[in-house]
Design a protein around this ligand. Structure first.
Ligand SMILES: [Zn+2]
Length: 272
């Protein structure tokens, strides 16, 4: 009987674990998690602040002009997954072959999720390392544009996971995550002059402002507006109340009732 396990470590730790948990996922992979208390070294402070716009063509576009692209792992494996699922459906319930087929489907699902997580991990650690404050729209805003046609594409972006990672990494490394809440017209507002369009359909990727004639790239312009909101929030409350250990991301509530001066805010922080 073999007594040694082949283990792939995700990260190394020092100290003695307080708990050890063994689990198995639907792809028959075993996980051993150790709970250890660890002092996290925070990143050195920086003046840099960044706003990010979540999207489909690029999972993020930043106010620094960075566009992440979108590897679309689900779409990439969609055909293969459909084939495996079809095979599974044909197998007799309770049979060994059915279990084998089920495992293949589960393994592919796990692979897609792992690839996406890995991509997002690289993005989020870079954002957190390079910036003191990260400003993004809250997911509630993003959910408003959800529709059936887009829902698969949106799921393939992993926005929820991205925000989750930004949230805990910000608090680990002494950064600030600001989530600008709904009603702030980040896309429709012309950043150079403040003019707000009545509407801006999703398919319009760039537009010229009727007021100041600036040519705006949709995502980048939205980022610049988010950045301005975030910086207002930071100015309103730059103090120690933003303890790095604090868990909840800050939220900013935009007030659009004042039309083109929508950036005037009653900024508030969710954790207070
Ligand atoms: Zn304008």
């Amino acid at each position: 009987m073999q007594s040694h396990l082949k283990i792939r470590w995700h990260r190394h730790f020092t100290g003695i674990p307080t708990t050890v948990t063994v689990s198995k996922d639907s792809a028959n992979r075993y996980f051993v998690s150790f709970s250890v208390e660890e002092e996290i070294t925070q990143f050195p402070e920086t003046d840099s602040q960044v706003a990010i716009d979540l999207g489909i063509k690029d999972v993020i576009v930043s106010s620094k002009g960075f566009a992440s692209g979108n590897p679309k792992y689900y779409s990439k494996y969609q055909k293969k997954l459909a084939k495996l699922q079809k095979r599974l459906a044909k197998k007799q319930k309770g049979s060994k072959n059915r279990e084998k087929a089920r495992l293949k489907v589960a393994k592919l699902h796990a692979k897609i999720a792992d690839c996406r997580k890995d991509f997002l991990n690289k993005l989020t650690i870079q954002l957190v390392r390079e910036n003191q404050a990260i400003i993004t729209e809250s997911l509630a805003v993003k959910n408003m544009i959800k529709n059936r046609k887009l829902s698969k594409a949106i799921a393939d972006c992993g926005w929820g996971e991205l925000i989750r990672q930004l949230d805990y990494k910000s608090s680990w490394y002494g950064r600030i995550l600001i989530q600008v809440d709904r009603f702030f017209p980040s896309s429709k507002r012309c950043n150079p002059c403040g003019h707000v369009l009545d509407k801006l359909p999703l398919e319009i990727r760039e537009w010229t402002c009727p007021n100041c004639q600036s040519h705006n790239l949709r995502d980048f312009n939205a980022c610049l507006n988010l950045l301005a909101v975030g910086q207002t929030v930071l100015r309103c409350d730059p103090g120690e109340s933003y303890s790095p250990k604090e868990r909840a991301p800050r939220q900013a509530y935009g007030d659009t009732s004042r039309g083109d001066k929508a950036i005037a805010l009653s900024s508030q922080v969710s954790s207070k």
